[in-house]
Design a protein around this ligand. Structure first.
Ligand code: HEM
Ligand code: HEM
Length: 208
């Protein structure tokens, strides 16, 4: 592998850290531009799709198609992308997810540079539910399933489940932000997070 590819795979971890303008804490690159553009586009498109479910059918369908394209690209990026974008970096054993959740509620969960085990499980749930919503929507809009009401029911249920998941997702983001005293929303905008002495910037092993 070339040096450049290696650096890309490391999630831009080299150069690993840079001083903030204040010169205090150092930060390290965690979210690559694709992940950030993906995330905020998804937020906007989901809001558009949700708001137009009952009316503005054309806009609704285009927002849904755009989401489907984003999801497909995210799956590819989850396999070949930068360190913290890869599925292997944030899919943990269910027991690790459960113990991370328990630790979180006691405000003593370990800090992760990428998604923590509970956050990673939520990312997978969000991606799968969104895929189900988009897939049922696309089938419904075609000729073959035009009168399939069961499909419409699944579409609506998946869209409603998305709302629940998003609520939990945002609550988890806020909880983890307070727990580790870092603004995770800002990190999803800038791509950078505070570097800690134990953060090597090197792909993490999965065991806490
Ligand atoms: C992926 C994001 C999507 C979300 C969050 C979403 C959400 C919704 C919601 C909330 C409704 C209203 C259900 C109701 O009250 O009956 C709806 C209806 C519908 N959606 Fe989607 N949808 C998405 C994608 C799509 C796609 C990709 C298509 C087709 C290409 C589509 C086609 C439709 C159709 C045909 C209806 C029924 C409209 C009607 O009969 O009034 N949706 N969707
Ligand atoms: C305004 C509301 C939202 C905020 C503040 C927010 C914030 C965040 C943050 C901070 C992360 C990174 C979590 C971490 O540090 O581990 C994240 C990841 C993620 N969020 Fe959201 N989010 C919001 C809405 C949404 C919505 C509406 C969706 C889905 C439609 C969504 C889907 C995702 C996904 C899939 C990821 C993983 C990104 C990746 O690895 O590619 N988020 N979100």
């Amino acid at each position: 592998m070339t040096d450049v590819t290696e650096r890309l795979r490391a999630g831009g971890a080299t150069p690993p850290a840079r001083a903030t303008p204040a010169g205090a804490a150092e930060t390290v690159r965690v979210w690559d531009p694709f992940v950030r553009v993906f995330h905020w586009s998804l937020v906007i498109l989901f809001a558009v799709a949700w708001a137009t479910g009952d009316e503005l059918q054309l806009l609704h369908e285009w927002a849904g198609y755009a989401i489907a394209v984003l999801l497909a690209a995210r799956v590819v990026w989850g396999i070949i992308g930068t360190t913290h974008a890869r599925f292997g970096d944030f899919i943990y054993r269910p027991s690790a997810v459960a113990s991370h959740l328990a630790d979180s509620l006691r405000f003593r969960a370990r800090r992760y540079l990428g998604h923590n085990p509970a956050g990673g499980a939520m990312v997978v749930a969000l991606l799968l539910t969104l895929a189900l919503t988009a897939a049922t929507g696309i089938l419904m809009s075609g000729e073959a399933y035009r009168d399939a009401h069961w499909l419409e029911d699944i579409h609506e249920m998946a869209a409603n489940l998305m709302l629940l998941l998003i609520g939990l997702h945002v609550a988890g983001v806020i909880l983890a932000s307070f727990e580790h005293r870092e603004n995770l929303v800002k990190a999803m905008l800038t791509g950078r997070k505070r570097r800690q002495p134990d953060d090597s910037g090197i792909p993490s092993t999965h065991d806490p």
